[in-house]
Ligand binder design. Structure first.
Ligand SMILES: [Zn+2]
Length: 473
């Protein structure tokens, strides 16, 4: 049996790992998109033939884990795509949204080529279309947490709650090889304990081989309730004292709902200053509806909370913005407000307009609430850039830049180690993926200091043999 690392190898996005059984059956763990600038070519190529893949096992609906599924289908994949029910529902809106972005990007590129006289260059087709995304949804088969299901004569799969976003799961495979069993674990994205909305991550069963994420393997997050205090302090400083606008680039799924829920709780306790809050992302509106249909993913506190507040994602002063006209009108009025808008890395979506309109005014602030690839506007702001380019124009950064990593849906170094330390007695080899190169090194050393012996960082396209462990004949 082999694994080939086909994405998120020495980088954070493009999660995709292929398991090749002795009998040739091929399984993809995730099929994510490479995000950030200049990844178009990488997104258009495969490290395998899509028609040869027998099944896809999806961990969760973030686009860097599921975003290339419509392309896989378009390029010949016909097998089942397994996911939890909530992941399927979120993936449906995420993939349709992503397809629309792909179509728009291709149209923009082709118009630009035509305008600048590049008529000789062939029109660029979109990575995939809305039609491709719709077609790929037909292949989904869903199973809930903690139920073994069979995807092949020799392979059974178990999802466990990863506590990362709605429907997110770790994946454990029980694989019959020869006369023995190999247990293979894929943490996918590890969530965080004691976070609002979702249940805590549930540790995986002991495995022989582990593919583990690394996003925040080099740091520790701020903990609640310091986090809530910090957030309210930023709002008061920006919107009350300076009468400015607070722009929060946030992923539409997960982060946005978590911020809204935190504001909802503050509003119920009269701690929220009287400012208007706008969620400016049609995808976030749809995602919030999906949240409300999956109470099986909610934690105990949210169930209790909903006994007295039926809608944890809505309060007086909160406005969900759908149309482009409404979104544009936010730039015209000068009152203090909070604008939560996608994308989280500010490299796409409506938030770019809000940044362009507000970043040069020192009374405003931008709050970065999660990981951003360094070459995106969000990443540059995080790293203290004095100027950023938006829509081809250079803007001077005069707004205050605030960073709060505690909203992250990814466990920090300590939380990730707690999640995988039950693997110590059984695990033979650990493969670290889904991290920036420097972080991967820090995380690897930390794991080795904590008793993990064979820890490796695979490269993109690398293939490794997995032998049946001696202790498990
Ligand atoms: Zn994720």
């Amino acid at each position: 049996m082999k694994i080939r690392f086909c994405g998120a190898a020495k980088e954070v996005t493009g999660s995709c790992h292929m398991v090749i059984l002795e009998d040739g059956f091929k399984i993809l763990l995730d099929c994510g998109m490479f995000q950030g600038e200049n990844n178009d070519e990488l997104n258009r190529q495969w490290f395998f033939k899509p028609a040869e893949i027998g099944a896809v096992i999806l961990s969760h609906a973030h686009i860097d884990h599921c975003g290339r599924i419509p392309k896989l289908t378009k390029d010949g994949f016909e097998g089942n795509i397994y996911s939890t029910p909530a992941t399927r529902d979120l993936a449906a809106i995420m993939l349709m949204d992503s397809a629309k972005i792909q179509e728009n990007d291709a149209e923009f590129e082709n118009k630009k080529n035509a305008k600048f006289g590049n008529s000789a260059s062939k029109p660029v087709p979109p990575l995939y279309t809305i039609k491709d995304a719709g077609r790929s949804m037909k292949n989904f088969v869903t199973f809930n947490y903690n139920r073994w299901f069979r995807i092949h004569d020799r392979v059974e799969v178990l999802y466990r709650d990863a506590g990362h976003i709605l429907g997110s799961a770790s994946v454990t495979l029980r694989i019959q090889e020869g006369k023995g069993i190999i247990m293979l674990g894929f943490t996918a994205d590890i969530g965080r304990p004691e976070r609002p909305i979702l249940k805590d991550p549930e540790p995986m069963l002991p495995v022989d081989y582990l593919i583990c994420e690394s996003t925040y393997g080099d740091r520790l997050h701020e903990q609640a309730p310091a986090e809530e205090q910090h957030f309210l302090q930023i709002i008061t400083e920006t919107c009350v004292k300076k009468k400015g606008k607070l722009i929060i680039p946030a992923f539409s799924v997960g982060r946005t709902q978590e911020i809204v829920y935190m504001l909802d709780r503050a509003a119920n306790r009269n701690l929220l200053p009287p400012v208007q809050v706008y969620v400016d992302s049609p995808l976030a509106v749809n995602a919030t509806n999906v949240f409300q249909t999956h109470p099986e993913c909610f934690d105990h506190d949210l169930h209790e909370y909903m006994l007295f507040d039926k809608n944890p994602f809505g309060f007086n002063g909160l406005n969900y913005v759908k149309t482009v006209e409404e979104s544009k009108s936010l730039n015209e009025h000068d009152e203090p407000c909070i604008i939560i808008s996608a994308s989280g890395m500010a490299n796409a979506g409506r938030v770019r307009h809000h940044l362009a309109n507000n970043i040069e005014d020192p009374k405003n602030a931008v709050l970065i609430v999660g990981y951003c690839t360094p070459n995106t506007p969000g990443g540059m702001l995080r790293n203290g850039a004095q100027e950023i380019k938006l829509f081809g124009e250079v803007r001077t950064v005069r707004a205050k830049i605030e960073i709060m990593d505690s909203f992250s849906a990814h466990g920090d170094q300590k939380e990730m180690l707690n999640f995988i330390k039950n693997q110590l007695p059984s695990v033979q080899k650990t493969f670290l993926v889904h991290g920036d190169e420097r972080v991967l090194q820090v995380w690897k050393n930390h794991l080795m200091d904590n008793g993990f012996s064979q820890v490796t960082v695979p490269s993109l396209g690398q293939e490794v043999d997995l032998l049946r462990p001696e202790s498990n004949p």
